[in-house]
Design a protein around this ligand. Sequence first.
Ligand code: UD1
Length: 418
Amino acid sequence: MKEILVKGGRRLNGEIDISSAKNAVLPIIACSMLCEETCVINKAPLLKDVFVICDVLRSVNSNITIEKDRIVIDNSNLKNIEPDSELVKKMRASFLVMGPMISRFGKFRISLPGGCNIGTRPIDLHLKGFSALGAEIKLGHGYVEVCANKLIGNRIYLDFPSVGATENIMMAAILAEGETTIENAAGEPEIQDLANFLNSMGAKISGAGTDNIKIQGVKKLRGIEYTPIPDRIEAGTYMVGAAITKGKIRINGIKEEHLKPIIAKLRELGVYIESLGDSIIVDGDREFNPIDIKTMPYPGFPTDMQAQMMSLLCTIKGTSLITETIFENRFMHVGELKRMGANIKIDGRCAVIEGVDVLTGCDVKATDLRAGAALIIAALAGEGYTKVGNIYHIERGYVDIDGKFRKLGANIERVEVE
Ligand code: UD1
């Protein structure tokens, strides 16, 4: 078993490159199932979640090869069999194969998904969308059974702008007959990227990135090569790392527009940020003041950056407030941050953070992916050594996190423990 060992106290300095976005690549790999020709994903982030979705596709006879950071997917021989339930339970995003499978097979069954333990995360909105397109859905014994003789475009209103539901419904509607409209759709950059990928394959999607997406059904898609967008959450994580250590770093290969809410909040608390096109300079050698943050659907502040920001706010004198509106159980890192000396009180969906003079290194455990990143960030500024356990959570979503922080001068290593 591996853990991440950090000795805090070094200012980050230097530059790193950002990987492609995990949350863009997962639906892109899933939607390749809509096409019988070969699709190639370039600059793919080689992460556990990406390997899992590839294995889910392989379990229905997709032929996938990964060479360096290039994923080649041949779905010409897909079989209408149940995707490996162990894999589907392992990762919630596995459920993204459902939209393409409805289109491709009409009738099949799939296990209900698992995933990060950050809330109940139902899939009712996904299923509501599939039903509206004409699929018959049966739930029971941990499975979803789907039967759709023909999918017909419809108008679908999402009660909440769910990222996964928007993607899944969009994928199911591509080969449906007629026009589908998704109202109150999620507008995350990863959804825009999925639409770009699908449109390059011959789909007719407009409005992705707004709350009203229109999909005109087409008969067939063609195989393409594609490079997904950079990972805004990965970039945000290193930006916060620079701030908490009072360091100065350059992050390359970003899309500044996607980082707007993160940049705005970091500037508000006092971080100096300079944009250089597809690079950004982050200088944390400043006086910081406490701020309030409320997580919201894009372009609001991303829930996936909430934990990392909390680590930073723990070190800023005064009272900060974080309100988590997306997931009902996303404060599990609080207990671990308190072990490091943080002063945080939780009241329902709000966390009141009183900045402390110093966080102290100790043994902590990652409770989910972003919580793990938040603990590493806290450890970078902490006094002495911090050992972060359960790093399999972190490995799901960060490419070489210890290597990249080391490149920035951090004293961090992955160690083998019994
Ligand atoms: C995606 C991201 C995840 C991010 C989240 C919110 C991927 C692979 N994961 O997750 O990193 O934290 O968006 O930005 O892209 N909900 C329902 N019913 C549904 C679906 C969702 O009630 O059918 C609720 C969820 O319980 C949650 C909220 O909607 O409270 C947001 O979930 P959603 O946007 O669907 O997140 P994911 O797609 O799972």
